[in-house]
Write a protein that binds this ligand. Structure first.
Ligand code: HEM
Length: 442
C-alpha cells in the first residue's frame, strides 16, 4: 500500500473532494488514512466547496448518525460543489412550480428530522423487513438465475464461436438488471418500462458525462429533462391506479397513506416514489460490479467462496465494506458540540466519509485485506446505524446474495479485461460506468 509519507501527502495538501482524482485514481484512501491518524475531526477548506468538518472515524460517524437531535438532515444532505448545489436548487424550484409547495420544502424524507422523518419513512417500511425479503427470496433467486445465465451465455457460450475473446461489460449486461427489476416489481412498474427507468436513473446520476446527454444538452439540461420525464411517467402510473384501483404495491401504499389524517400531496408522492426507485439502483449495481471485481482480484477468496457457498452472506458483507459505494452524507450541527477536542459550532457542516470508517484500523483488523470470512464485520456501507440507516439495506443484501449465489459457477470462468471506468463527477456514489470482463478458459 502507498503511504502518505511516500506520496508527500499532508493535511494542507490532501484532497478528498476533487472528483477528477476519484475518476483517475479511485477513492483517496491515503488521504482518509492520514485524516483518521492525525485529524479525525478536520476543518476542510478547499476552492469550489463550502468548508466542512471531515469526519473519518467509525466511532464518530456512529455518534453523529445516532444523534439526529444534534445533527440535522434538513439543510443540506451531501457535500457537493457550488455548481451541483445550484442545479439542485433550481430543480427544486421546477418541481415546486409543477406540484405546488415551496422550493425549500424537503424534497423527500431523507431531508427530514424526527418526528416528521419517522412518520414518512414508516409508510412503506413494512415492504423492506427481513421477513418480507425472505418471502421474496425465491423470486429474486429465479430472476438472478435468468440474468446470470443470459450473461454467461454472452461471455462463455458464445466464446466458442468468437475468435477474439471479446470482452463484455458486466455493468450493463448483469449488475444493472436485478436492482432495477426488484424495486420496479415491488413498486408496481410494468416490466416493459424497466429499461427506461434504468436509463433515467443512470442519466440523472451521470449527467456530468456527455455520454448520457442528448445532443446539444449540458449537464443541467439533462438533469431537468430526466426529472421532467420521470415525473410525467410517475404521474401516469398514479393516474392509472386512481382510475383502475389500488394494488398491493409500494405506489398504492403511498396513494393510500395518511400523515396526521391528511393524504400525501402529489409532490410528496412523486418524490417518495422517485426516491425508492432511484436510491437502490446505482448503489446496488455498483456494489455488485465492485464485488465481482474484488472476487476476480482475489482468486484465493473466490476459490474459498466457490468451495463454500454457505459463505455468500458473509462475502456480501465484506463486498459491501470493501466497495463502500456511498462515499458521504452531510449533516448540520444544531448546537455547539465538542468532538475529539474540536468545537463544532451551531450551523457548521459535517461530512461523514463512510469508506474511511470502513477501513478504520480500530474496528477492522488488517482493513485493507479482502476477507470473505471477516467476522465481526460492523461496516457502515448502509450508514452509521442511526435514524437514516438505509431503508433498502435488506433488499440490497438479498439481491446481492441472490446474484453472487447464481454467479458461483460462472465467476471462476471470468477474468477482468481492464480497469473499471468511473462515472465522472460523483462525490456521492462511487459509480462504475463500465467494467469489461471476458472468458478465461481453464
Ligand atoms: C448496496 C446498496 C445500497 C447502499 C450501499 C446504500 C447506502 C445507503 C446509505 C449510506 C444511506 C444513508 C444512511 C444514513 O444517512 O445514515 C442510505 C439511505 C437510504 N437508502 Fe440505501 N443503499 C443501498 C441500497 C438501497 C436500496 C435497494 C434502496 C431501496 C429502497 C435504498 C433506499 C434508501 C433510502 C430510502 C434511504 C434514506 C433512509 C432515510 O433517510 O431514512 N437503498 N442508503
Amino acid at each position: 500500500m502507498v503511504t502518505a509519507e511516500a506520496t508527500g501527502l499532508t493535511l494542507d495538501n490532501l484532497n478528498i473532494t476533487d472528483t477528477d482524482l476519484y475518476v483517475e485514481h479511485g477513492y483517496p484512501w491515503e488521504a482518509w488514512d492520514l485524516l483518521r491518524r492525525e485529524a479525525p475531526v478536520f476543518w476542510y477548506q478547499r476552492a469550489r466547496f463550502e468548508p466542512f468538518w471531515a469526519i473519518t472515524k467509525h466511532a464518530d460517524i456512529r455518534f453523529i448518525s445516532s444523534h439526529p437531535d444534534l445533527f440535522s438532515n434538513t439543510q443540506i444532505l451531501r457535500m457537493n460543489d457550488h455548481e451541483s448545489i445550484g442545479i439542485g436548487e433550481r430543480t427544486r424550484e421546477v418541481n415546486a412550480n409543477r406540484y405546488g409547495g415551496h422550493p425549500s420544502d424537503p424534497p423527500d424524507f431523507i431531508f427530514m428530522d424526527p418526528p416528521e422523518h419517522r412518520q414518512h419513512r414508516g409508510l412503506v417500511a413494512r415492504h423492506f423487513t427481513p421477513r418480507m425479503m425472505k418471502r421474496l427470496e425465491d423470486h429474486f433467486g429465479e430472476m438472478s438465475e435468468d440474468y446470470v445465465s443470459a450473461f454467461a451465455e454472452k461471455v462463455v457460450a458464445d466464446f466458442a464461436e468468437r475468435a477474439d475473446r471479446s470482452a463484455v461489460d458486466v455493468v450493463h449486461e448483469l449488475s444493472a438488471k436485478l436492482p432495477v427489476a426488484a424495486i420496479c416489481d415491488m413498486g408496481g412498474v410494468p416490466e416493459e418500462d424497466w429499461d427506461q427507468i434504468f436509463h433515467w436513473t443512470e442519466a440523472s446520476a451521470g449527467a456530468a458525462d456527455p455520454e448520457f446527454r442528448l445532443p446539444g444538452e449540458d449537464r443541467e439540461q439533462t438533469i431537468r429533462r430526466v426529472n421532467l420525464e420521470f415525473n410525467l411517467y410517475n404521474e401516469g402510473l398514479v393516474r392509472e391506479r386512481q382510475e383502475h384501483g389500488l394494488r398491493d404495491d409500494l405506489l398504492s401504499d403511498l396513494l393510500n397513506a395518511e400523515i396526521d389524517g391528511e393524504p400525501l400531496t402529489p409532490r410528496e408522492i412523486s418524490a417518495y416514489f422517485r426516491l425508492l426507485i432511484g436510491a437502490g439502483n446505482e448503489t446496488t449495481r455498483n456494489s455488485i460490479t465492485g464485488g465481482i471485481k474484488a472476487l476476480l482480484d482475489h482468486p484465493d477468496q473466490l476459490d474459498d467462496l466457490v468451495a463454500h457457498p454457505e459463505l455468500v452472506p458473509s462475502a456480501v458483507e465484506e463486498i459491501l465494506r470493501w466497495t463502500s459505494i456511498v462515499i458521504q452524507f452531510q449533516r448540520t450541527a444544531m448546537q455547539d458540540i465538542e468532538l475529539r477536542g474540536k468545537t463544532i459550532r451551531k450551523g457548521d457542516s459535517i461530512v461523514m466519509w463512510y469508506p474511511s470508517a470502513n477501513r478504520d484500523e480500530e474496528v477492522f483488523p488488517d482493513p485493507y485485506r479482502f476477507d470473505i470470512r471477516r467476522e465481526p464485520n460492523d461496516h457502515f456501507a448502509f450508514g452509521g446505524y442511526g435514524e437514516h440507516f438505509c431503508l433498502g439495506a435488506n433488499l440490497a443484501r438479498w439481491e446481492m446474495r441472490a446474484i453472487f449465489h447464481a454467479m458461483l459457477p460462472v465467476l471462476p470462468q471470468l477474468e477482468l479485461a481492464g480497469e473499471p471506468q468511473m462515472v465522472p463527477s460523483s462525490l456521492h456514489v462511487g459509480g462504475i460506468k463500465r467494467q469489461l470482463v471476458r472468458h478465461r478458459p481453464r
